[in-house]
Design a protein around this ligand. Structure first.
Ligand SMILES: Cc1cc2nc3c(=O)[nH]c(=O)nc-3n(C[C@H](O)[C@H](O)[C@H](O)COP(=O)(O)OP(=O)(O)OC[C@H]3O[C@@H](n4cnc5c(N)ncnc54)[C@H](O)[C@@H]3O)c2cc1C
Length: 384
């Protein structure tokens, strides 16, 4: 059996799934190949925090993320309608405690800058400083001695529900191959090589979106190592009665209530790691630290702990676009800590590029291959 596609996407995480979904909706024939099962990597997590960058020192990356967060609700609702499945999306808002007078002044300035950056009159989103003692039913007052920020742009989504809905769409409208490990792509013949003896697959173009593992794949293709992994761990507690409360960011941790009566807490960050296994000591640590600023978490049952490896580019921002010295091999890797909030807009820009069209929101220069590989590497059509 030989199957031929306009596009083969490698990796069933949030970047690969949104790319395949968007390409299918643009009319391409698409196969997504996933070594294990959908969301087996970093995208199978618990937290789902969709948190805006601060409205300060504004730049194209912050504007891109802002536009992504503005559009995500509509994107999630369309996907829910198409599949009949929930995504767990909710605009929940976020609390940021202020722990010093310096921080208070700093955030008063940010609140002012939000008036020009977030366009509250058109978007309805606010970033406001509230006095000490605000929201004391959720955040321990002692954790916010100088008051707090409450902003309404932040949202959350269920990583597992969202990826399940995307996968359902791809199964119904394209080809989703789980248990299929990508080994290589011959641009001349279009043959996509998979491990073992699967059906022969051909593609006009491919997108490498296999997360942290993608750095090895890209390194084999280009000889350049542009990123690495960073391990993280999160936990999920029973959270009945907390569903409608805002997310909190305190002490480097997020507390994110979800609509199914759970609360996620995360995350740890380890640049050095041996595997992606859960560490019980980190579970205890997360629970202890979060309960200190959020007493309503005390005595709640830990439902599960989970760890994964985030893809992080050396240049920090994601890398989206055509690989150097290639004509048909693209990549979308390195969402690091913000993948869920930007993946749908990244996918739209990438699919527009594949179709030779101008995207509605262009990718920031810092997301482009030249930023990650340098300008010295030639594009395919500049060779010889
Ligand atoms: C603890 C933790 C908490 C996080 N919290 C948040 C958060 O709140 N908000 C947020 O936006 N982000 C968060 N992140 C980051 C986010 O989860 C990641 O940035 C994102 O999931 C990366 O998605 P990806 O599609 O690039 O990679 P992945 O999700 O890792 O997907 C890559 C896929 O490729 C597959 N694969 C690998 N090699 C091959 C191959 N050769 N052939 C075929 N398939 C292959 C893997 O099996 C995997 O399924 C968190 C991460 C962690 C670890």
């Amino acid at each position: 059996m030989s199957l031929s596609f306009d596009l083969v996407v490698v990796g069933g995480g949030i970047f690969g799934l949104t790319t395949a979904y968007t390409a299918l909706k643009s009319g391409m024939t698409v196969a997504l190949i996933e070594e294990r099962e959908v969301a087996a990597g970093a995208s199978g997590g618990l937290l789902g925090a969709l948190m805006p960058h601060m409205p300060a020192r504004w730049n194209p990356k912050k504007e891109f993320q802002f536009q992504s967060l503005l559009q995500l609700e509509a994107h999630a609702r369309v996907l829910e309608d198409e599949t009949g499945l929930p995504t767990g999306y909710k605009r929940c808002g976020r609390i940021l405690p202020l722990t010093s007078e310096d921080k208070l002044h700093h955030h008063i300035e940010r609140a002012e800058e939000s008036l020009t950056r977030w366009h509250p009159q058109e978007t309805g989103f606010s970033y406001e400083v509230e006095p000490e003692g605000s929201r004391a039913d959720w955040l321990a007052p002692g954790s916010a001695p100088f008051g707090l920020v409450y902003e309404t742009l932040a949202a959350r989504i269920s990583p597992r529900a969202y990826t399940t809905a995307l996968a359902a769409y791809i199964r119904s409208n394209g080809t989703l191959m789980e248990g299929a490990r990508f080994l290589g792509f011959d641009e001349k013949t279009g043959v996509v090589t998979l491990e073992g003896a699967p059906p022969s697959i051909k593609a006009d173009r491919i997108v490498i979106a296999n997360g942290y593992w993608g750095y090895d794949t890209i390194s084999e293709m280009t000889g350049q190592s542009i990123g690495r992994g960073e391990k993280g761990q999160a936990i999920l507690l029973e959270g009945k009665g907390l569903e409608d409360l805002p997310a909190i960011y305190c002490d480097g941790l997020y507390v994110v209530p979800h609509e199914d009566g759970t609360v996620a807490i995360g995350s740890t960050s380890d640049r050095v790691f041996e595997n992606a296994d859960v560490d019980p000591a980190r579970t205890e640590e997360l629970l202890f630290r979060a309960s200190a600023f959020c007493p309503r978490l005390i005595d709640r049952e830990v439902l599960t702990s989970w760890a994964g490896i985030r893809p992080r580019c050396n240049k920090r921002d994601p890398m989206i676009g055509l690989l150097p010295e290639r004509a048909k091999t693209y990549a979308a890797v390195g969402g690091f800590k913000i993948s869920f909030g930007i993946a749908h807009l990244v996918a739209k820009a990438l699919v527009a590029e594949l179709a030779g069209k101008e995207p509605e929101h262009g990718l920031p220069e810092t997301f482009r291959p030249t930023h990650h590989f340098g300008h010295n590497l030639l594009a395919h059509d500049q060779l010889s």
